[in-house]
Design a protein around this ligand. Structure first.
Ligand code: SF4
Ligand code: SF4
Length: 364
């Protein structure tokens, strides 16, 4: 299998509405991806307000033979309340996707809280049963917590075949994400890894000027984002690397260098490490724009959009008032401090505190 997967969480949308996917543009992206020999697609129940799986059916499943692609989707543990929910959600997913089976199926966004729930409700038992019935080919979970918890889960559930981890060059040694330690734990248990967020939600495609110059000097033809994807794909034991692509140019760029992938050499790794150190000095809020926090916010605050603007402001020291006003929903100053967003943030960000910083800059 080629080492690039199509992440379907940042698809092109119409009218700025995250749940209104531009399926015609998505079809063009799928066609280019397929034509270059790539076949792996990663979606989830909650992506794009529940519309990503349906869009994948329209753009891919209804247009290509079943053996021409690999589909992966996930059980939204954060939406599960009772054991019966597993069956209802899983069969709804098969229907949304228009398939009789999925190739890889994950328990989504496992952390301490969701693992306790998974244990209580026998989530691993359910996905193992679906595998035995041929509705799932391979099982695993995507993970956002400590290496200690990962070690415990892989010990308690050796039936896990794969793990999906957040790994990128900026979070490799981060105490909050523990990319390296989680990676080493999965390797210790002999589990192949699928990497998510290699470009950290696009942040590593839009690096500070000195880092861009560093990369361009090393290879004028390589895009900045390509360093992040190639770094992740160069790690041993990695099955594939997901990139959440939003337009045809990104598909074109990613597939061009991943078609005949060559892992980074020692100098390449050293260069990326230097870049990581420089970037750390520039990023105010390390948000990946995964949007997990948005759905549950009672004030409908589009948190990642504000964090993106704040980071942009801190990098360029330039006000972005027009963009700020255009963000739909509640404003950062309307946060009621309920904390729901922080409970689901895979980056463990202190969102409430950051929103105060954003409001202090943009709402004064
Ligand atoms: S703490 Fe604020 S931003 Fe977070 S969910 Fe509650 S209202 Fe929304
Ligand atoms: S604040 Fe956290 S949950 Fe929300 S988009 Fe950013 S990284 Fe994702």
């Amino acid at each position: 299998m080629k080492k690039l997967g199509f992440g379907c969480m940042r698809l092109p949308v119409l009218d700025g509405d995250n749940s209104n996917i531009d399926v015609e543009r998505f079809k063009e992206m799928v066609d280019l991806f397929q034509s270059r020999g790539f076949t792996y697609y990663d979606t989830a129940y909650n992506y794009h307000g529940g519309k990503s799986e349906c869009a994948l059916r329209e753009a891919l499943v209804e247009r290509y033979p079943r053996n021409a692609f690999t589909i992966t989707t996930k059980m939204p543990m954060f939406r599960v309340e009772k054991a019966e929910d597993f069956k209802r959600i899983f069969f709804e997913q098969l229907q949304r996707l228009g398939v009789e089976y999925v190739d890889y199926y994950w328990l989504h966004a496992i952390n301490k809280k969701e693992y306790e729930k998974a244990q209580q409700l026998n989530a691993f038992g359910f996905i193992s049963q679906m595998k035995a019935e041929g509705k799932i080919k391979h099982i695993g979970f995507s993970f956002h917590d400590s290496p200690e918890l990962l070690d415990r889960i892989l010990t308690e559930h050796p039936e896990t075949e794969f793990v999906q981890l957040q790994i990128n060059y900026i979070d490799w040694d981060s105490p909050a994400i523990c990319g390296r330690q989680c990676y080493e734990t999965a390797v210790k248990h002999g589990k192949p890894i699928i990497i998510m967020e290699p470009v950290k939600g696009g942040a590593l495609a839009n690096v500070p000027k000195p880092v861009e110059e560093l990369f361009k000097k090393a290879d004028p033809d390589a895009s900045v984002a390509s360093w992040a994807v190639r770094y992740a794909a160069s790690l041993p034991n990695v099955l594939t690397v997901l990139s959440g692509m939003s337009n045809i140019e990104q598909v074109d760029d990613n597939t061009s260098y991943m078609r005949d992938f060559k892992p980074l050499d020692k100098d390449g790794f050293a260069l990326v490490e230097t870049a990581a150190e420089t970037i750390k000095n520039y990023t105010a809020i390390p948000c990946t724009a995964c949007r997990y926090c948005v759905d549950g916010c009672p004030q409908k605050i589009s948190i990642p959009d504000y964090f993106g603007l704040y980071n942009e402001y801190m990098r360029m020291k330039r006000h972005l008032d027009g963009d700020y006003k255009n963000v739909q929903g509640g404003k950062p100053g309307q946060c009621v401090l309920c904390g729901r967003c922080e409970n689901v943030c895979p980056q463990h960000l202190k969102i409430r505190s950051y929103l105060k910083d954003v409001a202090a800059i943009f709402e004064k």
